[in-house]
Design a binder for this molecule. Structure first.
Ligand code: ZN
Length: 223
């Protein structure tokens, strides 16, 4: 596959100039920015494994950890490339109630950087949970995702990568790959489940079915 046809019209990105112009860690781009709605370009093969590219990944990891988040796609720092980083650290996973952890399939996801990712659902099974996005601050909503996916692509050095993921890691990589296609979780959410941060602790104590009953199809709306 080449970088031309699917992204025609998107200007080429000059990584070296971008790095030179960087005074501090870049902010996370918020919804409304065009870069979050465009299809990102494939990362050019010639940059893989180079010092500037490894530097870019280092910056993305730092921005993700500081946010803090469990994934960050390149367009979220304004870079129109098909690249994301993801990580769900031990201490975060361990801090969750065991029941929640098991229900969501939340397991440690070691740090990964994925170039030109390709996702294939492993089964028809879906999982519905709240998810949020660093580019849509202050909200979360229920989103149905494939319960398990095969993730293909390249690593930072251009070596082929293939891994099968389920549970929360499967959700993370679907969310991040969506970013590379100009899609935000709000495009996929159960719209009536949209919840502000302040409501999440309360909603988190309910089951997904209870949340759906309360917000998406409350009995009071039945004719
Ligand atoms: Zn996001």
């Amino acid at each position: 596959m080449t970088s031309q046809s699917p992204s025609a019209g998107v200007p080429a990105f000059d990584l070296v100039s971008w790095l030179q112009g960087l005074a501090d860690f870049p902010p996370v781009v918020q919804a409304g920015a065009a870069v979050l709605r465009a299809r990102a370009r494939e990362v050019p093969a010639e940059v893989l494994g180079t010092e500037p590219f490894l530097k870019l990944i280092e910056i993305m990891v730092e921005v993700m950890r500081r946010a803090p988040g469990v994934g960050l796609a390149a367009p979220q720092i304004g870079i129109p490339w098909r690249l994301f980083v993801a990580e769900d650290q031990e201490e975060r996973v361990a801090a969750m109630a065991e029941e929640t952890r098991e229900e969501r399939g939340r397991v440690v996801l070691p740090l990964m950087a994925v170039v030109n990712p390709v996702l294939t659902p492993v089964s028809d099974e879906e999982a519905v949970f709240f998810e949020g996005c660093l580019s849509v601050r202050g909200y979360a909503a229920l989103v149905a995702r494939h319960a398990a996916v095969k993730l293909g692509g390249l690593d930072a050095y251009g070596r082929p990568l293939e891994v099968e993921l389920e549970g929360w890691p499967a959700r993370i990589v679907q969310h991040e790959t969506d970013h590379l296609n100009g899609t935000l979780y709000v495009d996929r959410m159960l719209t009536r489940s949209l919840a502000s941060e302040g409501e999440l602790p309360r909603l988190g104590r309910l089951s997904v079915d209870e949340v759906i009953q309360e917000l998406v199809s409350p009995p009071s709306l039945e004719p």
